[in-house]
Structure formats: structure tokens, C-alpha cells
Design a protein around this ligand. Sequence first.
Ligand code: TXA
Ligand code: MG
Length: 362
Amino acid sequence: MQGWSPAFFLPSVAIFVYTGGVQTRVEIADFENWRAVAGEAAEVLSSGAVVAVPTETVYGLAACAFNAEAVARVFEAKERPTFDPLIVHLAGLRDLARVAVVPEGIKQVVRDLADAFWPGPLTMVLPRHEDVPDIVTSGLPTVAVRVSSHEVMRYLTKEVGPIAAPSANLFGRISPTSASAVVSELGGRIPLIIDGGACTNGLESTIVAVEEGEKRPTLRLLRPGPVTREELRKYGRVVKAGRVTSGRPEAPGTLESHYSPAVPVHLFEDPGHFAPEEGKNYALLSYRGDPRDGYLERHPWSRVEVLSPGKGKLAEAAVRFFFALRALDTGGIDAIVAEPVSDVGLGSAIMDRLRRAAAERS
Ligand code: TXA
Ligand code: MG
């Protein structure tokens, strides 16, 4: 049977051996030792290997962006199709010219967005620099860039330069918001995981394509996230992402079915629509865990996870979302029933993930 098993433990290191795979070391980066651990990760990256790294949004699987072979290892470990480009992480705005060529007409808005949201969970899609390997951008004329606020990622981008890093999960699966989630996704496939604790945002960055517009710059929202549409409006005309002619989404990775647990997810806008099948075990992904919402007492749920107990706070729900989905995606459950959250601000980002998790898999 496949699976990982702990081989031995040291105070801040655990080594997992995976049947038939490579050894994955998990190093804890805490308040006292994070610099030493990050230094080690920098060495591993410089040698051309990949490392799973915490960010404020979700864990990323990092490789040096200018090393095409290292980036290929990211695609291999994640089983990610090569048509799906990666986000490049920078140390700061001053590194942008290394990976992007920003047209005169949008220089100001790019600077303003960076001032407002970097370091932080905003990714900008901009015309690429020719030095960026094709494998990073999947051959697109654009590159996605962001500056993470997590100290480990900041250290690494300063030490080794631009870093390509998608979320550290197998393609199409639930994004990891803890090191143990990365172990269950990629244990035995990658040499090193830096454990920086739980991610503080819990949802992936907002992605906007920044373009010239008639009166104001156009911000095409490719993926909703922690920086909300409402916050972005101040900087330009926010428009919804469309579909390119091939039928693929504009952000190639934002496929309709994504964030998929192993068991099906059903999203019911109305609790009355839930009709359980005889003999099946259902779990509930509840927003507030409040019986007045009509879900909790509708069925003898096998398991319940509550995103923001009592209060229904969207920020708390976002932090717990992937964690809760992963917790329910365990043996003995036939399907997960999800309550909607309010579809505004950060709630829109949660609803985006929920709809994709609930979408039929092709
Ligand atoms: O918060 C995040 O953004 C995390 C952390 C690790 O930084 N990363 C992340 O990466 O979510 P990933 O690969 O799971 O999602 C990146 C998305 C994909 O849907 C990809 O298709 C899109 O960004 N993307 C990347 N480059 C693009 C480009 N040039 N044009 C349009 N979409 C792009
Ligand atoms: Mg992802």
C-alpha cells in the first residue's frame, strides 16, 4: 500500500519515507530558527531542486524561476499539465523588471497596486520579459507576479532571486494551508518541506491582469481572492475574466472543476434542496454552525466542520476553508454538503472555490 510513515523525529525535523519515492524532510521554521531553515531551503533551491514553502495564502512548491529544469520538477511533482503557468514570486517591486516589461501606460497603476497590496495576496499578470523560461508562463506572452509577505518566502526571493511557485498540492486537488497537508499531497515526491505553521489568509492570492483602458486602467479579475473586487475598484475598471477562444479559461488553471476532494461536494443554496440517498454518509461543511441557517439539523451528519463558529466572519472562514474541506475528505464519507457563504468581498473568493469544488469533474 502507498502512504508515508514517519521514520524518526528530531526537535525540528521529521523525515518521512514514501513507499517507492524520495525522502521528504520536514523542517519546522519557528520564531527562533527560521533564518537557518530558510538558509537551508535557499541552498536546496540553488541546487536546482524544489522545496515546499509557506506563504501567507497557501503553501507553494518553489523552484528558481530562471532554471527551466527546476521548474519542470514542479510540474512533475504536482502532475500539473504544462499548459497551466506558474506565479513568479519576487522580493519586491524593484525586481519586477527582471521578469516583466511594463508598458508606459500602466506603469503608474502597477506602482500604485504594488504600494497598496505588496507584500501581500495580489498577483498581477503583465507582459513577460524574454528571460523568463517558456515553461514558467506556458508559452504565454504574459507572466503572473506577486510579492509574498511571509518571511520565509521573502528571505528566499532575496537570496535566490525570482521563484516560481504554484500551490503545493497535486493538480486539481485542495490547496494546502499547513505543512501536514503538503505531506499528504507531495510527501515522497519532493526533498524538503518548510513548516511555517498555518497560513494566515488560507485562500490563494487574487489574480488581476493589468491592462491599459480607455479612461482608466482595466483590471481583469482572473481569480477572486483575499484582495477584494471592492478594494481593487479604486485603481481601475474591474472586469470579469472571460473565456479565450479555445474554450480554456483566461487563467489557465482556473478550470471549472478544481480544489477537488476525493469525495463529491454538493453546494446547496437552499437546505431544502438536499435529498439524502439511503445508506450514504454525508458530512456538512457549515458556515456558522447555526441551526437557524437550516442545515445543521436537517440530517444526522456523519461529520460537521464549521468555518466560523457562531459569528460567521468571512476572514475566519477563509483561513479555515481548505483545512475544513481536507478534514472532511476522509474515509467513510460518501459526499460533502456545503452551505453557501455570503457572496460579497472575501465571501466571493470562498464561493468561487466552493463552486469549483462542487463542479462536475470531466
Ligand atoms: O496565493 C497564491 O497565489 C499561491 C501561492 C503559493 O503564491 N499560488 C498559487 O499558484 O495559487 P497556482 O499555480 O496554484 O495558481 C496560479 C494561477 C493558475 O490558475 C494559473 O493558471 C494562473 O495563476 N496564471 C499563472 N500565470 C498566468 C498568466 N500569465 N496568465 C493568466 N493566468 C496565469
Ligand atoms: Mg493551485
